[in-house]
Design a protein around this ligand. Structure first.
Ligand code: 6R9
Length: 657
């Protein structure tokens, strides 16, 4: 990365805000300028006002207490106020919109009827589930693991925890029993909520038997609440396993909310870092909800009566902020989809948009790229005239996919909001506002209110001005920021505040052009982004070396036409073990079961020797280049212990595209 200005391509096309759109938008260009300036010049005053979008039990008088200095990192917002998140997402809407649909549930199979769950019904279900949790001894501050498919019960479970002050931690239903057990143990959960099975694309994932396998490695005090969703047969351990729907039927629909401090944790979400063990990212009640609700309303220009659909899974942060908490805090109608974009065919997303007259549609570039490959006829069959705003998240969107999304899906009329943010940030940090921001395909454009991005020179940490390229840091806090790593505040500080003193370090590289637009260039650490799912290379490596025939493994990302990045693994086998295609398949399967299907290596190269420095550090820079099929300029190899191994790796490289 150079500090020389690598400015925007002169011919970057710019898409102005459609004039008609700006007229009715919450925020137009002038309002953005005015509010952004205020949010930076008078941060406390700005957020004191914005915090009022929530109902507080005891209103805050203190807005912000922030210290980004390594060793003293402390982040607090609205910290003498008390509230309840479930009250804000449900109860406060009942008087005005009790009979309005809160959640539209679209099941995996298009043959199964959709469900429309009103705010009144949501209140009933969540209160009953909260009482079931209370009856199992769950109280304020206890941890509850949620391992569920994309069904309404996942939202009920999240909100039931919030109602009684329990801290939920969702484990993506695609994760393996091992990954589940590690998370149960790391946060010391009292209860796991799962279902018999998870149907996706017509296939079943056996969630309950995965949970049974995980619980073998956990305290025998952990209770297992089972949502009988498909009715599939499961083993049952009396005393430990509980039929949650049956208990909900008999539970009281009245459950008073717990009064929570703004800084009491709402949830923990595990995410990959550059070292092996996933980090438990902690988000708290007050600031997180202010930020999720404000961004959901303004970034998607959500208006009363709109139907909003975010296709993410609740197992990722996007599902937390933009399927459940943000939209429901705003009294919106939010769609939850159990299935996949290509089942029963590649038109499913658009069929669902037509069926439910979706107004805002939010998905990932990887989904767009895979649907783009299937042809426009799958889109053109459907009436998409309800769509007003399109969104993307998870990775940079290539201009080709942007254009397809814009032309074929949005018919050139729906602004695309390319939202850059992270599990750690709780909500959007860099994003267009559809009524305010001219768009450049591939750029996440400009900062949201209160966000102060800075670009630093990666090695000297010098602040770079104007059009430039470097690492992306944030100079001040915003209410949605994570507060700590569960049980490890040291690790929180080391990961985000040590390398660039006084700043939050995002881990991403970026370019800023002459118009002040930001272009994310990807992770600068050892994190890869596969189909929008973030994964530490170290996690995949430790899974591989756990196999009896593997001596060593190094994993890097490489450009993949559908997934954004693919997983490329270099594997050194134990002495005497012969490489074979069978072994390759066995290792793929092994990683699937150790971590989950999304971590399966796309390419495995046998590497009798890995390029290492004399101190034994694998030189990933070189491995990345070979995986990218770009080995012309490998850079300095003089510190390698055995430079000869590089030629051999190049000769046997797996990506020749
Ligand atoms: C919300 C989410 C975070 C990482 C982030 C960056 C990449 C997310 C992006 C994007 C370019 C965008 N990322 N959105 N890159 N443009 N619009 O994805 O959270 O799973 O924690 O991943 O994803 O590299 O650092 P998370």
């Amino acid at each position: 990365m150079s500090t020389q200005a690598q400015t925007a391509q002169v011919n970057d096309p710019v898409y102005p805000v459609p004039a008609e759109f700006a007229k009715t938008a919450h925020i137009d260009a002038a309002k953005y300028q005015e509010m952004y300036a205020q949010s930076i010049n008078d941060s406390e005053g700005f957020w004191a006002e914005q915090g009022k979008r929530l109902d507080w039990i005891k209103p805050y008088t203190q807005v912000k207490d922030v210290n980004f200095n390594f060793g003293e990192v402390n982040i607090k917002w609205f910290f003498d106020g008390t509230l309840n998140v479930a009250h804000n997402c449900i109860d406060r809407h009942l008087a005005t919109r009790g009979d309005q649909t809160a959640i539209i549930f679209e099941p995996d199979s298009p043959e199964t009827p959709a469900q429309h769950i009103t705010y009144n019904q949501l209140h009933d279900k969540v209160s009953r589930m909260a009482n079931v949790l209370r009856s199992q001894g769950v109280t304020k501050g206890d941890r509850v693991i949620i391992y569920l498919p994309m069904i309404p019960e996942a939202a009920y479970a999240m909100l039931a925890c919030a109602r009684i002050g329990a801290i939920h931690s969702i484990v993506f239903a695609g994760f393996s029993p091992d990954a589940l057990a590690n998370r149960i143990n790391d946060c010391g959960a009292k209860v796991v909520i799962t279902s018999d099975e998870a149907p996706r694309g017509g296939r079943m994932t056996p969630l309950k038997s995965n949970t049974d396998a995980a619980l073998l490695h956990c305290s025998d005090k952990v209770r297992c609440l089972v949502v009988k969703h498909t009715g599939g047969q499961t083993t049952w351990i009396d005393g430990r396993d509980i039929d949650v729907k049956a208990l909900m039927e008999h539970a009281s629909p009245d459950c008073p909310v717990e009064e929570m401090n703004a800084e009491d944790p709402l949830f923990i979400l595990y995410t990959s870092g550059s070292t092996g063990k996933p980090k438990g990212v902690v988000h708290c009640s007050g600031g997180y909800l202010v930020y999720a609700s404000m961004t959901q309303e303004l970034v998607f220009d959500y208006h009363e009566g709109d139907v909003y659909w975010c296709t993410a899974d609740v197992g990722w942060v996007t599902g937390h902020s933009y399927i459940v908490y943000g939209p429901l805090a705003n009294g919106a109608t939010t769609l939850m989809f159990e299935g996949v974009p290509t089942y029963p065919d590649a038109g499913r997303f658009w069929a669902v948009c037509e069926k439910h007259k979706v107004n805002q549609f939010y998905t990932a570039p990887t989904a767009i790229r895979s649907l783009m490959g299937k042809g426009t006829e799958f889109v053109e069959k459907y009436d998409l005239s309800s769509i007003k705003v399109l969104g993307t998240v998870g990775e940079p969107i290539n201009p080709e996919a942007w254009n397809w999304y814009n032309d074929v899906v949005g018919k050139g009329k729906a602004p695309i909001v390319d939202t850059w943010w992270q599990t750690e940030t709780g909500g959007h940090l860099l994003t267009p506002l559809p009524g305010a921001t001219a768009l450049k395909p591939g750029s996440a454009t400009t900062p949201f209110f209160g966000v102060k991005p800075v670009v630093l020179e990666p090695t000297t940490a010098e602040v770079l001005e104007g059009a430039t390229e470097g690492v992306l840091c944030i100079a001040d806090s915003w209410p949605g920021q994570m507060r700590t790593v569960w049980g490890d505040h040291e690790r929180f500080q080391e990961t985000y505040f040590q390398q660039y003193k006084g700043y939050y370090f995002s881990g991403d590289g970026c370019r800023r052009d002459e118009d002040g637009y930001y272009w994310i260039t990807g992770r600068v650490d050892d994190v890869i982004n596969v189909s929008g799912h973030r994964m530490g290379t170290a996690e995949v490596e430790s899974a591989l070396v756990a196999h009896a025939k593997v001596a060593e493994a190094a994993v890097v990302g490489y450009p993949h036409s559908l997934k954004g990045q693919g997983i490329y693994a270099y594997v050194t086998l134990m002495n005497g073990v012969e490489p074979s295609d069978e072994l390759r398949a066995e290792l793929e399967k092994w990683v699937r079961t150790e971590i989950g299907p999304i971590a399966k290596p796309d390419l495995i190269q046998w590497a009798p020797n890995l390029p290492k420095t004399r101190s034994g550090k694998i030189m990933r820079r070189i491995l990345r280049k070979i995986a990218e099929n770009d080995f012309g300029a490998l850079g300095d190899t003089s510190t390698l212990a055995e430079p000869g191994c590089v030629d051999e790796l190049i000769e046997n490289r797996m990506n020749r595209g």
